[in-house]
Ligand binder design. Structure first.
Ligand SMILES: [Zn+2]
Ligand SMILES: [Zn+2]
Length: 332
């Protein structure tokens, strides 16, 4: 099969991904093999390719927003059958036994593994994953629209949960890519007023089309104090202006897996009056199921641009250069 592999992480414009022919993987016990119908392109794939995340599997195939059709099931798999359409997300496994797993925080499990980082992902024609971590897909979406729901959508939803936005409150969103444009719609469906801060003119236009209450530059103050905010851009320099825009007692959640350094904070200007800052680390299966349930009941507008699998490298380079509006999706 054709698959893109990262042998030596390096800046994306030095072409660290190589398209190769490798054998189709075989499902082990508890696993399922899918033919990849679509795979979303996520900023985390860029972090894997460039080495912002340490190498977990040399020569890894990136990609963790996989919409697939089951073509083979391994032993002990009863929940899926050949022909089923399933989603393979970022969280590939957790131990299920440790202290955090037992209290329901499997996203924090020290032994958790991730698709397209610890194991080969969906920048390929076929992929294997444990059946227990596959997700059911909502009806009413194309394959290209479903793919970004599987990481961008789920992580955005968890970040929104972590931001603890009060009902009908003002939500600030910093950076407006694939994840943000979905989280904004979930928040607005729940009555929130969404204010978007981004340097991208195209993203500002998309935010207004989706119903944002206001749009402004990345560091500009929003028109009202924010009841909650989410930082989607991987830019630590945006933390101080985002904290300054919060109302007393409000939370800033940081959605990315990687953030450039945060500049020094001033306690009075940025934190006092019980403003909070928290990171978001992956997601649980419960987050995924709850989000996909919302997507089934409330048709989200997914801005997804399909690209052929052969153009994965150029697509990631476009993401690095901020030339992607909404979500890019690879179609083998
Ligand atoms: Zn665990
Ligand atoms: Zn992702």
């Amino acid at each position: 099969m054709r698959a893109w592999r990262v042998h030596h992480p390096a800046p994306i414009h030095s072409d660290p991904l190589i398209l190769e022919r490798i054998p189709v993987p075989r499902p082990e016990a508890g696993e399922v093999l899918v033919r990849v119908l679509a795979c979303g392109v996520c900023r985390t794939d860029l972090h894997v390719s460039e080495g912002d995340l340490p190498v977990h599997r040399p020569g890894v195939v990136p990609g963790h927003e996989i919409v697939g059709e089951v073509v083979e099931v391994g032993g002990e798999v009863t929940a899926h059958a050949v022909g089923d359409r399933v989603g393979i997300p970022w969280l590939r496994s957790s131990c299920g036994r440790c202290r955090v797993c037992r209290r329901g925080d499997e996203n924090l499990c020290e032994s958790s593994t991730y698709t397209g980082w610890d194991s080969d992902g969906g920048y390929a024609e076929f992929a294997c994953a444990p059946a227990a971590f596959m997700l059911p897909l909502p009806d009413g979406y194309t394959d290209a629209e479903l793919a970004p729901l599987l990481c961008a959508g789920i992580i955005g939803f968890r970040a929104l949960r972590c931001a603890e936005l009060p009902t009908g409150g003002a939500l600030g969103i910093y950076g407006f890519g694939a994840s943000a444009h979905l989280a904004a719609q979930v928040a607005m469906a729940d009555g929130a007023q969404v204010h978007v801060m981004t340097r991208s003119v195209d993203a500002r236009r998309l935010a207004l089309e989706l119903g944002a209450a206001s749009v402004q530059g990345a560091t500009d103050p929003p028109p009202v104090p924010l009841d909650a905010a989410i930082l989607f851009a991987p830019v630590g320099d945006l933390v101080p202006p985002a904290l300054e825009a919060l109302d007393a007692g409000a939370t800033l959640s940081i959605a990315g897996i990687h953030l450039s350094d945060v500049p020094p904070l001033n306690y009075q200007r940025h934190l006092f009056r019980e403003r909070r800052i928290r990171s978001v680390t992956a997601n649980t299966r419960a987050d995924a199921r709850d989000f996909l349930d919302i997507a089934a009941r409330h048709r989200l507008q997914v801005t997804a641009t399909p690209h052929p699998l052969d153009r994965a490298l150029e697509t990631l380079q476009g993401l690095a250069d901020d030339r992607v509006t909404g979500a890019a999706v690879l179609i083998p």
